[in-house]
Design a binder for this molecule. Structure first.
Ligand code: ADP
Length: 257
């Protein structure tokens, strides 16, 4: 795995080709580096809302609270940043859950999980006048880790609604293929460009930072999906076209071996 770079040797008369061994990244080192990057990203992401909360609080305490309009505005910012912090912490916990905890296997009815998770999302559906269709046979059941499975479905539902267009559509279907259930989340929302598709499952990767922040996203949703699906012995695939829509397909074994 050594990276070799050919350089010209700085000699007066003759020039030689010299092989320089720059680095040799073993898989272990790569994992260590990824963990370091993750910790540094997390620290940065946590620091931003905390700094903002502290700054606005201090300004209020220094006298800005005497001005009702300013007070209202600053308190709203503090509330929004606190929500963002909560979302980040929840996502970081979800990521660590995927890596560390043992699987707790139970029989899960896919349709019931989807319907239950859609209940608290009705406001998002109404706000954008979206249509959601769920086509899942009652026989669609998995023996899997319910909490991890729910987290996967939740993240994909939220994205399908959040990155949709006004009056858009999200459909969720489940089809049995051999010993596996194939769950398809299809939306006709914003879509994802090819360049972004290859990176979308990376931790903290966002297509459009401003848009994602506005939606309360952390950039961890799809990283969680990927890691949990792998922990559940499955796969996740994406097909998308910018401006047309996206299809996320999750394939899970009926029963984890
Ligand atoms: P976030 O917390 O920003 O939503 P995710 O990891 O869930 O993070 O998603 C990464 C990025 O992928 C998002 O910022 C968004 O731009 C894009 N994305 C995810 N799902 C969809 C979708 N269904 N349609 C369009 N874009 C999406």
């Amino acid at each position: 795995d050594a990276n070799v770079v050919w350089m010209k040797a700085p000699r007066e008369q003759a020039t030689y080709q010299v092989a320089v061994l720059l680095y040799d990244i073993t898989p272990v080192k790569q994992i260590q580096q990824m963990q370091l990057d993750f910790v540094s990203n997390v620290s940065h992401e946590l620091k931003t809302p905390v700094t903002s909360i502290l700054g606005f609080t201090e300004t209020l305490l220094d006298g800005a609270q005497d001005e009702p309009a300013v007070r209202q505005e600053f308190l709203e910012i503090i509330a929004a940043e606190s929500k963002r912090l909560t979302a980040l912490i929840q996502d970081i916990i979800a990521l660590s859950r995927g890596q560390q905890q043992q699987l707790q296997l139970t029989r899960v009815t896919i349709g019931a999980v989807v319907q239950n998770l859609l209940v608290p999302l009705q406001q998002m559906v109404a706000d954008k006048q979206l249509t959601v269709t769920v086509t899942i046979p009652p026989t669609a059941q998995l023996v899997t880790d319910q909490r991890k499975f729910e987290q996967v479905v939740k993240n994909l539902l939220i994205n399908g609604l959040a990155y949709n267009r006004v009056g858009g559509h999200l459909s969720v279907t489940a089809t049995k293929v051999a010993q596996q259930w194939q769950l398809v989340f299809n939306d006709n929302g914003l879509g994802i460009a090819a360049d972004d598709q290859v990176r979308i499952f990376e931790r903290f990767y966002r297509v459009d930072k401003a848009r994602s922040h506005h939606q309360g996203g952390t950039g961890l949703g799809l990283a969680i999906v990927k890691e949990l699906v792998m922990a559940l012995g499955g796969q996740v695939h994406l097909k998308s076209q910018l401006g047309v829509g996206s299809t996320f397909t999750v394939i899970l074994p009926e029963q984890i071996k």
